[in-house]
Design a binder for this molecule. Structure first.
Ligand code: FRU
Length: 502
């Protein structure tokens, strides 16, 4: 019999999150719903499970739960690596890459030019098109289509801007080292004209990458539309390393005006907590949204990893999962619209027929308490917890006994913490074992927390989805215990429901 160890291939392979079969992935790219399928392209090394040979991998899903890996969509070659970008459905055949009856999908990606190219050292934007619904791609002979002569100009997100009778393509990209988002417009995806730029603002502790821009209704009100500009940055996140921030404001087709800018120019490290974060955890990066999702839903997905230790995480043969798919909306919070995030409903409805473990009102005595019958490694935990005299209280998941990943509330500090110092393998990188935290507020006198545990990760949604924390963990496959705990006093479980999802 083979020994089961944490490095046994696929001991960490998630059940609900996408990971490539046997290769490396980073940023999600070209997210689009098209002809009944969600397409997830991504930064992929087709040859290995560390970063390199950047190409676009591809997976498809009908339900956002089960993904099918497809052949590599756009491979690198001797001239260029294929860096991050987006895909649009060119419905009106503005590019001429399709026909009126069969319009093409068009990928807008960053060419990271190599020594064999006349553009060596430059990052510029290029096109490829697909006439078979996204499986095979042809590069445009006129590439690159937008070249600023910059070595750090990348990650184009393109969408169709429509206002009254005008409509045109808008590209949102970054000048990474300048902490600037740049906006361009085009009638045909081939010719681009500069519109404006935004930044530096708020967090600038690392290069700006992978921006996105989209409108959302505030509190579902069709007369109150705000635009959300998301910008990922590396490093400089609130708990170290890679993270994503967002701004809320207005976009008039030319300029983005932020109403959530706290600092302009170089940021103030002491004010990191005042900026708006897509996720406070260590492992939620390069988040971007899907195009053309039916019913106006705005769905986002991120790479679950952190450039601090990305190439060293102990999974094999694959490396790095994607996050779960999230639906984002805007909620007025104290007069300011803020993002609220929930796992997409296709995932929240999972497990309705599966065994659940429930606890009603019950006091947590000081200490750590394993709950029989609640063990698991793929589960949704929905808890409502009230403070008592404890300084910190919460749950311990993927435990070996009570040694596991702690997710707890510190009411006096007003923070929710994810403590992964005893989460399993941590020694592959000095910065991995960490206690990470986010500000959190009770609703009334209690805290609502929903946690998705999926073998090598926890995704935590608190305060009705206002606060999220996503982190990788690497416990041995036999660490499945579930506990509740209260340190330095007591706390109360108002309700607790665990649904097994494997
Ligand atoms: C973000 C990033 C992007 C770039 C890609 C290269 O993680 O650095 O800016 O396009 O990864 O793989």
């Amino acid at each position: 019999m083979t020994a089961v160890t944490a490095t046994t291939p696929d001991a960490f392979r998630p059940a609900l999150h996408y990971a490539a079969r046997s290769t490396w992935l980073n940023d999600p790219n070209g997210l689009i719903f098209h002809e009944g399928l969600y397409h997830l392209y991504y930064q992929n090394n087709p040859e290995d499970n560390v970063w390199g040979n950047m190409s676009w991998g591809h997976a498809t899903s009908a339900d956002l739960v089960t993904w099918t890996e497809q052949p590599v969509a756009i491979p690198c070659d001797e001239q260029e690596d294929i860096y991050s970008g987006s895909i649009v459905f060119d419905r009106y055949n503005t590019s001429g890459f399709g026909t009126e009856s069969r319009p093409a999908l068009v990928a807008i990606y960053t060419s990271a030019f190599k020594p064999a190219s006349e553009h060596n050292g430059v990052q510029a934007q290029s096109l490829a098109y697909s006439q078979d619904g996204g499986y095979t791609w042809t590069k445009y002979a006129g590439n690159p289509v937008l070249n600023r002569g910059s070595a750090e100009f990348r990650d184009p997100k393109v969408f169709r801007y429509e206002s009254g009778t005008t409509s045109y393509w808008v590209m949102v990209a970054v000048e990474a080292l300048d902490f600037k988002v740049v906006f361009y417009s085009s009638p045909d995806l081939k010719n681009w004209e500069f519109l404006s730029s935004f930044g530096p603002a708020n967090a600038t502790g690392g290069v700006w990458e992978c921006p996105d821009l989209f409108p959302l209704l505030v509190d579902g009100d069709p007369d109150n539309v705000k635009w959300v500009l998301t910008v990922n940055l590396n490093p400089g996140g609130p708990n170290s390393g890679s993270a994503g921030q967002y701004f809320v404001g207005d976009f008039d087709g030319v300029t983005f005006t932020s109403s959530s800018t706290v600092t302009e120019g170089a940021h103030d490290p002491a004010r990191l907590g005042e900026y708006q974060w897509l996720d406070w955890g260590r492992d939620y990066y390069a988040a971007v949204s899907f195009s053309d999702v039916p019913d106006g839903r705005r769905l986002m997905i991120a790479w679950m990893n952190n450039w601090e230790y990305a190439n060293e995480i102990p999974t094999s043969p694959w490396r790095s999962p994607m996050s779960l798919v999230r639906e984002v909306s805007l909620q007025g919070v104290d007069g300011a619209p803020r993002l609220v995030q929930h796992v997409a409903r296709e995932l929240t409805s999972l497990g309705s027929g599966d065994p659940t473990f429930t606890v009603g009102a019950c006091e947590i005595a000081e200490g750590e308490h394993i709950m029989d019958g609640a063990a698991g490694s793929v589960q949704r935990i929905e808890a409502n917890l009230a403070p008592g005299t404890a300084e910190e209280f919460g749950v311990i998941v993927r435990g070996n006994g009570t040694r596991g990943t702690r997710i707890g509330i510190r009411p006096a500090e007003g923070r929710i913490v994810v403590d992964r110092r005893e989460s399993g393998q941590t020694d592959f990188h000095e910065s991995f074992a960490s206690i990470d935290s986010a500000p959190v507020q009770p609703s009334g006198n209690s805290y609502d927390v929903t946690i998705y545990v999926d073998r090598c990760s926890v995704e935590v949604f608190a305060q009705g989805g206002r606060v999220t924390l996503s982190e990788l963990i690497f416990p041995t496959c036999t660490s499945t215990d579930f506990s509740v705990y209260a340190s330095g006093g007591t706390a109360t479980i108002n309700s607790l429901k665990i649904t097994h999802l494997a």
